[in-house]
Design a protein around this ligand. Structure first.
Ligand code: BG6
Length: 488
């Protein structure tokens, strides 16, 4: 198990605590990774007892057995395991920023503590400062004090810098764990294993062999009642400098010298430093219009609750990135993400250059298949390679074939929400899967021209619910002679 600590959750009554942190703590308890002496203090403004908090969370856990769409959908909850989580849970009613709350906390915390800020981003810096003022972030050599910060980490370069500065004024970089939940996904972590634990991929993983790279995070869900959050945020801020950049880093960074946090994070930072700020002409923003998906007619974004009728917030973003380093010079990286698209798919596709010469002269060009390697995260989890092979028969004709590796065929997949590894790593003090200040700021630097240009005016391009996204996004790749992989 990880060292015993007090896990303090700010935002005990929130969605993240219910939907993700509790299932993760349940799984960690089930696997024996949480020390018996670890306690969990939940803080929120709502008046309730510890019993009521426990009971409410217990009900939510039970509801996952019926809710197919829950991140943690399981056939049953093991009562014994859940009870072992529940008995550690204590509720503290209080305002996040009031000195009373922090005094009460100081009285209850001895030794190791992890402060998890599962709250709206405007509270990140003030809570950290209040913890600092109460002396709760002081480490004494025998114990750790760590801050876990959720996303969104800033809303542009200036605000991310300010947030970093305020956090770093009360805690050392080593005490700060900036969450990006994509890094908790097994399939995302596995990109490093595929690239760096094998000798067969890396030699071709470069400009000499790769023509372009597509990174997709397409969703079928809409804004799901999160209009108030989404309106000032939009798809670019919500997904690109964080989640999509993590996929990009895993795909494009140089091999780290070791699997240590700093070695891995150094490589990510170097990669991000090599990415050119995006020209507005190399990006497309879209917003979904009414349409039909899986047989249901769904409303336009502008008709969602808490969304302005003339909203210009983008629900889709596509961009072309240029990486100025030896490995990737001249290889475009196309990123796209959108809500209410034709299918849910998170995938990285490396498109390889064609064979240097065509010896099969009688085969029509249209029969040859591009060489593509797809790292699939969602809903498929695996790797698919697509290439040409000979169609049986006397003539030399080529046909499309594919091989697929699925994680589930080789490894037992246990239902998890991704926060298991992240929480465990925070307790272990392993920051490999967390974002460092320089990389976060670097990512904002890359998208800053878009934030400025899109903020200054203009309208997003429309795309119908259930479609492939705006036509302008096809033109963005089309002008380079490339195309997006269709979302089936
Ligand atoms: C979140 C975004 O960070 O990631 C959501 O705020 C998005 O808008 C979600 O839906 C996607 O994550 P996942 O794990 O469902 O791919």
């Amino acid at each position: 198990p990880a060292p015993a600590c007090t896990l303090v959750i700010f935002g005990a009554g929130g969605d993240l605590t219910k939907r993700l942190l509790m299932p993760a703590l349940y799984n960690l308890t089930g696997s024996g990774l949480l020390d018996e002496a670890t306690t969990i203090l939940g803080i929120d403004r709502q008046k309730q007892t510890s019993e009521a908090w426990r009971a409410g969370l217990g009900e939510t856990m039970q509801s996952f057995t019926k809710d197919q769409s829950a991140e943690f959908h399981v056939p049953s909850i093991d009562a014994d395991v859940w009870n072992r989580v529940a008995e550690r849970l204590h509720y503290v009613e209080g305002d996040f920023l009031s000195p009373d709350t922090h005094r009460a906390l100081a009285g209850r915390i001895k030794g190791n503590a992890l402060f998890y800020l599962a709250v709206a981003s405007r509270f990140f810096a003030p809570i950290a400062e209040a913890l600092g003022a109460a002396g709760l972030l002081k480490e004494d050599g025998n114990s750790f004090r760590r801050l876990v910060v959720e996303k969104p980490f800033g809303s542009d370069l200036a605000s991310a810098k300010e947030l970093n500065a305020r956090l770093l004024a009360v805690a050392a970089e080593e005490q700060i764990y900036r969450i990006d939940h994509f890094l908790g996904k097994e399939t995302v972590q596995s990109i490093m294993a595929v690239r760096f634990a094998n000798g067969m991929f890396e030699p071709v993983w470069r400009r000499e062999h790769v023509e372009y790279v597509e990174i997709t995070a397409a969703e079928t869900i809409g804004v799901e009642g999160r209009g108030a959050f989404y309106e000032p945020t939009g798809a670019l801020r919500d997904m690109v400098p964080n989640h999509l950049f993590q996929l990009l880093c895993m795909t494009a960074m140089e091999p780290p010298v070791s699997f240590d946090a700093e070695a891995v994070r150094d490589e990510k930072a170097k990669l991000i430093a090599a990415i050119r700020p995006v020209e507005p002409g190399d990006a497309v923003r879209g917003q979904y219009e009414a349409g039909s998906l899986d047989g249901s007619d769904l409303p336009a974004y502008r008709h969602e609750p808490n969304v302005a009728a003339d909203s210009r917030t983008e629900t889709y973003a596509a961009l072309k990135l240029t990486i100025d380093n030896w490995r990737w010079a001249g290889v475009p990286f196309y990123l796209r993400t959108g809500k209410r698209m034709a299918a849910r798919r998170t995938e990285i596709a490396l498109h390889f250059r064609p064979a240097p010469t065509r010896i099969f002269k009688d085969t029509p060009v249209s029969d040859t298949v591009p060489n593509v390697l797809r790292l699939q995260m969602d809903p498929e989890q695996g790797i698919r390679t697509e290439f040409s092979a000979k169609i049986p028969g006397p003539a030399m004709r080529l046909g499309a074939v594919a091989t697929t590796f699925r994680y589930g065929d080789f490894f037992e997949e246990r239902p998890n929400v991704g926060y298991e590894t992240l929480l465990y790593d925070c307790m272990m003090g392993d920051a490999t899967l967390f974002q460092r200040a320089d990389a976060i700021e670097g990512a904002w630097r890359v998208v800053e021209p878009l934030i400025e240009s899109w903020g200054a005016g203009g309208e997003p391009d429309g795309y119908a619910v259930g479609s492939q996204g705006p036509a302008a996004a096809d033109r963005l790749l089309g002008r380079d002679g490339h195309g997006w992989s269709p979302l089936a």
